[in-house]
Write a protein of this length. Structure first.
Length: 240
């Protein structure tokens, strides 16, 4: 499949290294080595799919153009919209064209998370009363030095979107709303430490931060009346 990479920042260059010879064109308004400055300037006959790695505010317009022209898309997370209707319109385009569009949430494919999903599906743990996910990395300085990342809701859209996807993968849709319980700007202009969650069964509690000394991801579950603790991390699943 012939792939165009749109956006040549850190993530775009990572995608180029992974895609290798499948990359036939690059698009970026600033990087002079890019073939085109706008994806609309790239001949549609040159590529079959696109990897969109642009700042959040430009994604919707680019996706509408690509999907309307029958191009499959992998878009970096998060995919945000001011109005739900904007996402519904994208879905309608996808259904009418038969294209594939996926937002790049990778954690649900990691072996320990897949195993956790299977374990929960077997219902051998009893009732899940509470689930807590912590996701932190040490990118605060990178965010401060970025010309576009150090604004808005910050870590909530960056890492928070990952844990929301994780909750959807593990527990499915919820009727209860998610609420922000604590939001802090400790070292950046955007939010760099946020605690949020949702009441219900199970109670979901999420903590995300840009201030962790190393990349850290853990999930903790309190289950049944014995308060059994189940943890999942990059090292696998453990029962404590």
């Amino acid at each position: 499949m012939r792939v165009a990479v749109v956006g040549l920042g850190v993530q775009g260059n990572k995608r180029i290294r992974v895609a290798g010879d499948d990359v036939v064109a690059t698009v970026d308004p600033i990087v002079t080595t890019a073939k085109c400055q706008r994806v609309q300037d790239l001949a549609l006959s040159e590529f079959d799919a696109a990897i969109v790695c642009t700042p959040d505010q430009s994604k919707l317009e680019i996706l509408r153009y690509l999907l309307s022209n029958n191009k499959h898309v992998l878009v970096e997370k998060p995919l945000l919209a001011a109005k739900t209707q904007q996402l519904i319109e994208l879905e309608e385009i996808i259904r009418s064209t038969g294209t594939v569009c996926y937002t790049a949430y990778n954690h649900r494919f990691e072996p320990h998370i897949v195993n956790l999903k299977k374990l929960l599906g077997q219902k051998v743990l009893g009732n899940i009363y509470q689930a807590r996910i912590f996701y932190g990395n040490g990118t605060a300085l990178d965010v401060k030095n970025s010309p576009w990342r150090d604004n808005g809701i910050g870590v909530l859209s960056d890492l928070g979107s990952h844990v929301l996807d994780m909750a959807l993968f593990l527990f499915g849709d919820r009727e209860t709303m998610f609420e922000t319980w604590s939001a802090n700007r400790l070292e950046t202009s955007c939010y760099d430490h946020v605690v949020f969650g949702s009441e219900g069964r199970p109670i979901l509690e999420f903590e995300v931060t840009l201030l962790s000394w190393k990349n850290t991801f853990t999930e903790t579950f309190w289950v049944t009346k014995e308060a059994l603790i189940l943890t999942a991390s990059a090292n696998g699943v453990q029962v404590l």
